[in-house]
Ligand binder design. Structure first.
Ligand code: UDP
Length: 241
């Protein structure tokens, strides 16, 4: 697979063309941003960790029947993915109160919900990714009603699988954000990444945060936390192969 021209540079990844028009190469960076780009920094080693972790979790999800964009890992930071058109929705699933949920509804963090929740944000940096509902997504033409149903079904299936996987690593999956895309034939697949940048992962015994909140909230030990969560995943890779 030949790495061609850079097509796009995002906050945490670069995307390159390849010699196959239906495939792209995603290259993970150590750059970190928070608060819609207002806070910037570097988490050393993050790119390699997120690349490996996201690919391992996507392989697990594929084996459970959730289609993803993953084609194959090239090296530490680079992965070949199917070309998709990203559906501009951030799909957030929560098992435990944290972050914007706790803030918006005036509750403490750490409340375990009786059932998972789902919500959508309109992926639009200029508008700071506002929360929207399904009717708004339809009105804006972001996705069809059928696509929204498919996305919800996949998102809850992802939650079931990842919650169980992380529980086996002694980690509570608090919440996470997914993005979906359309292949050329319109098939909806899971895209983007699943990593400590996009999930809240708490040590089940101590509640220690093993995710990007360490960076967002200046808690210190961010690089160590990324390494620790990666080690936990590696120790349970058998469950994935
Ligand atoms: N999240 C993300 N990208 C975003 C916003 C949220 O990956 O642009 C993830 C975040 O890491 C967390 C979940 O989605 O795991 C829920 O985030 P929340 O809505 O609580 O927002 P935050 O507190 O991060 O602003």
């Amino acid at each position: 697979m030949v790495k061609g021209a850079q097509l796009y540079e995002g906050k945490a990844k670069k995307v390159f063309a390849t010699d196959d028009p239906e495939k792209l190469i995603v290259s993970y960076k150590d750059d970190a941003t928070a608060f819609n780009g207002l806070k910037k920094g570097t988490i050393r080693g993050k790119g390699a960790i997120n690349n490996t972790m996201s690919n391992a979790l996507m392989r697990l999800l594929e084996s459970k029947g959730v289609p993803t964009h993953l084609v194959g890992e090239l090296d530490e930071r680079n992965t070949v993915v199917k070309r998709v058109t990203i559906i501009p929705l951030e799909v957030i699933v929560r098992n435990v109160s944290a972050g914007s949920f706790a803030k918006n509804y005036g509750v403490e963090e750490g409340i375990v919900f009786p059932a998972p929740t789902i919500e959508f944000s309109y992926k639009n940096d200029a508008l700071a990714d506002p929360l929207i509902n399904e009717y708004h997504a339809l009105a804006l033409g972001l996705a069809s009603a059928g696509e929204i149903e498919t996305i919800k079904r996949y998102a809850f299936a992802v939650n079931d699988e990842l919650k169980a996987f992380w529980a086996g690593c002694g980690v509570t999956l608090v919440d996470f954000k997914l993005e979906f895309g359309r292949l050329a034939d319109g098939t909806v697949v899971l895209a983007d990444e699943i990593s400590p940048d996009t999930c809240r992962l708490w040590d089940s015994a101590t509640g220690k945060k093993l995710d990007k909140d360490r960076f967002r909230r200046d808690l210190g030990g961010t690089e160590e936390a990324y390494r620790e969560i990666m080690d936990r995943l590696k120790a349970n890779m058998e469950a994935i192969k």
